[in-house]
Each structure stands twice: as structure tokens, then as C-alpha cells.
Ligand binder design. Structure first.
Ligand code: PMP
Length: 389
């Protein structure tokens, strides 16, 4: 098969733009006239160094990342960042307190977690494993019985300037909940954001964040590399080596990664290479501005179909519906298997909802074209007609 004939609505690993896959295929045996594939080159070679620098430069252009932020290519996926954040930002907080001569008493600042879905819940649980003072600012499931909304600010319990950081997940991949604003917090407290499933889908003001991270396997490329965008002042810190938290393991250490231009150890070269092709593809197609327009149309059409339907129901409040992951239920739920089976037969794949919530989920990342969403909508409408007679 030389072209892809299926429509891939996978939540991650997800669709990669076809021109990117073709280019990778063309260059597979001979990268940049080196006579070998990118996977066989030394990570210390000039070719790879050029690639890593260009990948950073293109990402900086795409997201308009200010110069006082460093871009890192790390490993271990989003899950590893759940703990890397704790280690690095506590050490940064300690440095800040030390510099401000406010080190009296026990060092035990709270870590603030805003929990709006299963990924931020998992990040908070990981932080609790490592540290004894995690403050849950908001737990939507506890407050409302299920995820699907972002309650107003009056219900949040932020710790204020004392916190080492405030953490949230911009787009909850499983639950389909996306922030449509950046939370306002005490300006002296670092804001940390998991953008694994919506990075590069729309414009963001990077300067509002101290740290952003994103696993690759949605809008960036193949799993294996995790992108971290960190404000440089956070690399200045004091290592904590006491019973509360051990010294930062080198592979989790943003400073070590920054000092080595992400070449501290052998990086996931192929993943970085494909990410670079995805960034080029985005730039050639008008950058974030253009992709954001298409993403808005895709999501609006799909939600419109759900809103007008009598059998499809979104579990998410309208103002926080994700433009990347669209979960829905079918009523009656017994129809869901038939829906998935019919979709599969038509080549519409990976539409099953996450195992923890069930139902259907259409992930419509950057690489999923508008036509694919329109085909899905057509199928949904036909399925509904068939079942409402
Ligand atoms: N955060 C979000 C928002 C995610 O969607 C995921 C994975 N789907 C993760 C974190 C965990 O990523 P990984 O599987 O790369 O560890």
C-alpha cells in the first residue's frame, strides 16, 4: 500500500501527516546524503546536532517562544514529567527562598494541582508519592461527580504565593475537557501546564507559563520524545537532598538537559527527526494560525452534529469542550458497539472511548483533515437515521 486508505481518529499514538511519513520513507535509507538512516547516525554527529538545533528553531517560530525559554527533548513520556516537575520546581523554589533570605523554618511549600480530568489526577497522585504537601486546588470529579466541567474560580483553593507551583492540564485527552483560558494565579508562582494533547493546535501566550510539556504522540510525531519548554530562571535552583525529596535524577533534571542541549545521553533520534518534519509541514501550511482555523471548523462541525442529534450526547459542558478529543455517548449505549463496528468497516479507526470511561471518542488532531471529520459526521448522521426509524 503506498497511500493510507483509513481515517485514523486515534487519541495517541495518532495520525501523522501523510507527507511527513512519505518524506521519512524517502529518506529512510539515506538521511541528508550521509549514506545511512537517521537511526544509524551518531547523536554526536554534526548532522544530528544541526537537526536538533533546527527542530528547536522551528518550534520556537511556530509557538513564538520567547528567548528566555529553553526547549528540551526528554524521554519517558508525559508520565515521567509528572515526577520531573516535582523535583525540578521544588528545587527552584528552594533557590528562590534562599536568595530572598527566607529560609527559616521547615522547607515544605505546597504544590497546587488543579484536577479537571484523569491526566491531571494522575499527575497529582504521582506528586503525592514523592512529596507530602500536595494541595488539590480543585477536584472536579469530587465536586461534581464526574469530569466534564471547569467550576468557577470561587470554588478553587489556591495556596497563593506560598506554592512552589500551580499545575494543570490544558486538554484532558480522556475526558475531552479543554481550558479556554489560562488560569490567573499569583504572578510570583510558576504556572506548569501539561499540553500533551493540544500543543500546536492553537495560539498560546507562552510568556504566561513557567513550564510547558507535551508528549509527542498526538500533535508532534511518534512517541519517544517529550518536549519541555522551560523558562530559564527555573533552571537556577538549590538541590534538595533531604528526607523529603532526594536529589534530582540526571535524566529528569532540566538543568542537565539544558546544559547538554538535550544530548546528555542518546536521545530518541527518530522521534525527534519525525517531529522536525511535522514542524516543517506545519510551517509550510501557514503555521499555527492556519491549523487553528481548520481545527476550529472541524470541532464546530462535529459538536454541531452532536448537539443536533437525539442519540449522541456529549458528557462535557459546552464552554469547555475540547477541540482535539471529542468524547460522546450513544443512547441507548447498546448501540455503541454497532457504531464502532460499522465505522471500522468503513475504515474509520480508533474511535473507541478510553477504557476508563467507555463510549466513543473522536480525536481530531492537527493531522486529521477536515474531510475525515466530514466523513465521520456523515456516518454519524446515517447511523442516527437508521436507528430512529
Ligand atoms: N498527559 C496527557 C494530557 C495525555 O494525554 C497523556 C497520554 N495520553 C499523558 C499525559 C501521558 O503520556 P505518556 O503516555 O506519554 O506517558
Amino acid at each position: 500500500m503506498t497511500t493510507q486508505k483509513v481515517l485514523n481518529f486515534g487519541p495517541g499514538p495518532a495520525k501523522i501527516p501523510e507527507p511527513v511519513l512519505k518524506k521519512a520513507q524517502d529518506e529512510l535509507l539515506n538521511y541528508n546524503n550521509t549514506g545511512m538512516s537517521i537511526m544509524e547516525l551518531s547523536h554526536r554527529s554534526k548532522d544530528f546536532e544541526n537537526l536538533i538545533n533546527k527542530t528547536q528553531k522551528d518550534l520556537r517560530t511556530l509557538l513564538d517562544i520567547p528567548n528566555n525559554y529553553t526547549i528540551l527533548f526528554m524521554q519517558g513520556g508525559g508520565h515521567t514529567q509528572f515526577s520531573a516537575v516535582v523535583y525540578n520546581l521544588l528545587a527552584a523554589k528552594k533557590r528562590k527562598q534562599f536568595d530572598n533570605n527566607s529560609m527559616e523554618g521547615e522547607f515544605n511549600p505546597p504544590l497546587d494541582y488543579i484536577v479537571t480530568g484523569s491526566w491531571s489526577a494522575k499527575a497529582a497522585a504521582e506528586a503525592k508519592k514523592l512529596y507530602n504537601n500536595v494541595n488539590i486546588v480543585l477536584d472536579v470529579k469530587k465536586l461534581r461527580g464526574s469530569y466534564g466541567s471547569i467550576p468557577p474560580r470561587e470554588e478553587w483553593k489556591l495556596s497563593g504565593s506560598n506554592a512552589a507551583y500551580v499545575y494543570y492540564c490544558d486538554n484532558e485527552t480522556v475526558n475531552g475537557v479543554e481550558f479556554n483560558y489560562v488560569p490567573e494565579i499569583d504572578p510570583s508562582v510558576p504556572l506548569v501546564c501539561d499540553m500533551s494533547s493540544n500543543i500546536l493546535s492553537r495560539k498560546v501566550d507562552i510568556s504566561k507559563f513557567s513550564l510547558i510539556y507535551a508528549g509527542a504522540q498526538k500533535n508532534i510525531g511518534p512517541a519517544g520524545v517529550t518536549i519541555v519548554i522551560v523558562r530559564e530562571d527555573l533552571l537556577n535552583r538549590l538541590e534538595i537532598s533531604d528526607s523529603k525529596l532526594p536529589a534530582i535524577p540526571s535524566m529528569l533534571d532540566y538543568k542537565v538537559m539544558a546544559e547538554n542541549n538535550s544530548l546528555y545521553n542518546t536521545p530518541p533520534m527518530f522521534s525527534i527527526y519525525v517531529a522536525s518534519l511535522v514542524f516543517e509541514w506545519l510551517l509550510e501550511n501557514g503555521g499555527i494560525k492556519e491549523i487553528e482555523k481548520i481545527n476550529s471548523i472541524k470541532a464546530a462541525k462535529l459538536y454541531d452534529c452532536i448537539n443536533k442529534s437525539k442519540i449522541y450526547k456529549s458528557p462535557v459542558e459546552e464552554n469547555v469542550r475540547s477541540r482535539m478529543n471529542v468524547p460522546f455517548r450513544i443512547q441507548p449505549e447498546e448501540l455503541e458497539n454497532e457504531f464502532l463496528k460499522g465505522a471500522n468497516e468503513l475504515g474509520m479507526l480508533q474511535l473507541k472511548g478510553h477504557r476508563s470511561v467507555g463510549g466513543i471518542r473522536a480525536s481530531i488532531y492537527n493531522a486529521v483533515p477536515l474531510e475525515a471529520v466530514e466523513t465521520l459526521i456523515q456516518y454519524m448522521q446515517e447511523f442516527e437515521r437508521k436507528h430512529s426509524q
